[in-house]
Design a protein around this ligand. Structure first.
Ligand SMILES: NCc1[nH]cc(CCC(=O)O)c1CC(=O)O
Length: 338
């Protein structure tokens, strides 16, 4: 008898595709039959800006409750939405091979960031993206937006509508009553990984080099979380999870998240981090903190041989300490100061 596994997911298109990939992978790796169950989260219900919600993990709590209640056995999270603290009774048992961690500009008329006209309106709900955009282009008008990926893409003037959606106007922006405006922005910034998972990477007009826009810690990676008791042993699910885990992804993400944890910053903080594990075991790690208004930024880089997750964590912590020593706590709202 195969082991029956219920995979919990949010109802958004992005969550459904991410969960679908993990469910298929688990089914291919061991003798399990997989069923997906939908879980509504606070982040799906609330329509205000993510930045104003405060706290971390708005997309995560409901999935964790469903795991702990036994309504599902596996939860798939976007790693960058996962708070850095441990969840009692739960374990991130696998981090599958990461997608492209870069942020993407999706601009009208194929424009790049450098080519956007003076004062162009660029949408993002992320303080990290807003701060780094302002640091490079102080003239831009950064517009706070939220909603799912398609809602955001439709705000780009002249954007190609997706099947079934209202066409984007080419001239006057229109805000449907109660709905999100359409075609009122010159560009939006989104994670390349989310676009790729939804088959919308065609909308990207620039994939940002990390020295222009450093991604969020964990961006592009997934966390597969289970009840701790299900993570170990020889049951088919535990075996499948071990096979799904990618050590290079895990080491990089552990280091990136250690930066965030040491700065006592959440996913809404203007903190970027990007780690890459080379074949020889050397982890390169890059991190920055940017003033929300873009008037200052700090960036540090390090490299070190890592043989364990603990080594990766130590590298991230040390890099965060360098940022704190250099005054990161005065530059941006972080929990940690020095
Ligand atoms: N906070 C929302 C969120 N969480 C994960 C992704 C994209 C996929 C990923 O980074 O793995 C997104 C959308 C975005 O930032 O564009």
């Amino acid at each position: 008898m195969p082991q029956q596994v219920r995979v919990g997911t949010r109802a958004s298109a992005l969550a459904l595709t991410q969960t679908g990939h993990v469910a298929d992978a688990l089914a291919a790796l061991a003798d399990v039959t997989v069923e997906t169950v939908r879980v509504r989260t606070e982040g799906d219900r609330v329509s205000t800006s993510l930045a104003s919600l405060g706290g971390t993990g708005v997309f995560v709590t409901a999935l964790r409750d469903a795991l702990l209640d036994g309504r599902c056995d596996v939860a798939v999270h976007s790693l960058k939405d996962l708070p850095t603290g441990d969840a009692e009774g739960l374990t991130v048992a696998a981090m599958p091979v990461r997608q492209d961690p870069r942020d993407a500009l999706c601009a009208r008329d194929g424009l790049t960031l450098a080519a956007l006209p003076l004062g162009a309106r660029v949408g993002t709900g992320s303080p990290r993206r807003a701060a780094q955009l302002r640091a490079r282009r102080p003239d831009l008008e950064v517009v706070d937006i939220r909603g799912n990926v398609d809602t955001r893409l439709r705000r780009v003037r002249g954007s190609v509508p997706v099947a079934g959606a209202a066409p984007a106007p080419t001239a006057t922006p229109v805000a449907p009553p109660g709905g999100s405006p359409v075609g009122d922005l010159d560009a939006v910034v989104l994670a390349a990984a989310g676009l790729a998972r939804l088959g919308r990477l065609d909308a990207a007009t620039e994939l940002f080099a990390p020295d222009v826009l450093l991604p969020a810690p964990g961006q592009g990676a997934l966390a597969v979380e289970v009840r701790t008791a299900d993570a170990d042993g020889e049951a088919p699910l535990a075996q499948a999870l071990r096979a799904l885990d990618d050590v290079a992804t895990r080491r990089a993400v552990v280091a990136e998240r250690a930066v965030l944890a040491r700065l006592e910053a959440g996913c809404a903080a203007p903190v970027g981090a990007w780690g890459e594990l080379a074949a020889d075991g050397t982890l390169s790690l890059d991190a920055n903190v940017t003033a929300v208004d873009g008037t200052g930024s700090l960036r540090r880089r390090t490299r070190g041989l890592v043989a364990s997750d603990d080594d990766a964590r130590a590298l991230g912590r040390a890099l965060a300490d360098e940022l704190l020593t250099a005054g990161a706590g005065d530059l941006a709202p972080l929990g940690a100061t020095r």
